[in-house]
Write a protein that binds this ligand. Structure first.
Ligand code: SAM
Length: 277
């Protein structure tokens, strides 16, 4: 008998199904339903509340693009905060950057980290690095309690559901702004421009109220609804589009490079329209 896993109605009326070889793990954590399945197309996949979070085949796109665009815009990204991201993919990328001295991961659900270490070691492999501190608490509370501390803050959140709702709200954005140093950079995954036509302009508005430079960029991720995914940056000082990348340290990446960094900010007209001031 064939087994299929279906993510459905994350976008109302839309479903994405993937054939499953085997369910490797399933549990109800204190925060969400967590599943790891093995699939013929994408290898092992992590689902939270029946929504695809990451998988072995295409995770590099998301994790490189949520990390390296900000890290290479900042001239000296020594101290980096990740909120969410318990699979460890963003952390694995961040510690590739030679200037990073410390990366703090604040994940609300300990079981996401523990299960990723067990079943997704290719993604979670950086979590035990000595530069990395992993804390299990609400990212909203954490940024409220840490001011003027980080060069880069990366919000690698689930969709705006459950504990992640507050990670898309203006109070949280303000706390992140205060948690950054005076030349800091904020970046968050901001969903699909095809299906989040209300959320994306709202995020832009909230970030524009704080940062002199707010920019949206895109990457192509087959397992997220629509395949075309957005990230939004708020920068206190450095512009990701005009930054000189000729001295890019050139550590190994599979998606990110200086040309992709610049090209990711070239937007189709319908996305320009979505974020126009
Ligand atoms: N790449 C994924 C995506 O966009 O589908 C997201 C990665 S997933 C590992 C995001 C993580 O954010 C989850 O593990 C979840 O537990 C965590 N999270 C949600 N709300 C949070 C909060 N308020 N504070 C810290 N972590 C949170």
């Amino acid at each position: 008998m064939e087994l299929w896993f279906t993510e459905k109605d994350t976008v109302p009326g839309l479903a994405l199904s993937v054939k499953v070889n085997k369910v490797l793990h399933r549990e109800k954590t204190d925060f969400q339903d967590l599943a790891i399945v093995d699939t013929p197309i994408f290898g092992r996949m992590l689902f939270l509340d029946n929504i695809i979070m990451t998988n072995i085949k295409d995770e590099f796109v998301y994790h490189e693009m949520i990390s390296h665009v900000a890290l290479n815009t900042h001239p000296n990204p020594q101290k980096v905060l990740v909120i969410g991201g318990g699979d460890g993919g963003a952390i694995r990328e961040i510690i590739k950057h030679p200037k990073v001295e410390k990366a703090v991961l604040v994940e609300i659900d300990r079981r996401v980290v523990e299960t990723s270490k067990e079943y997704l070691p290719e993604i979670a492999c950086g979590l035990d690095d000595p530069k990395v501190e992993v804390l299990y608490e609400d990212g909203i509370k954490y940024v409220n309690e840490h001011k003027n501390e980080f060069d880069v803050i990366i919000v690698d959140s689930t969709d705006p559901i459950g504990p992640a709702v507050g990670l898309f709200e203006s109070n949280f954005y303000k706390s992140c702004y205060d948690s950054l140093k005076e030349d800091g950079i904020f970046v968050a995954q901001t969903e699909s421009p095809y299906y989040n036509e209300e959320l994306i302009p709202q995020i832009q508005k909230n970030l524009r109220a704080l940062y002199p430079i707010t920019k949206l960029y895109l990457a192509f991720i087959p397992t997220y609804p629509g395949g075309c995914w957005s990230f939004t940056m708020g920068c206190k000082k450095y512009d990701p589009e005009t930054v000189d990348l000729s001295n890019w340290p050139g550590y190994p990446t599979r998606y990110y490079n200086p040309e992709i960094h610049k090209a990711a900010f070239v937007l189709p007209n319908f996305v320009r329209e979505l974020i126009k001031e």
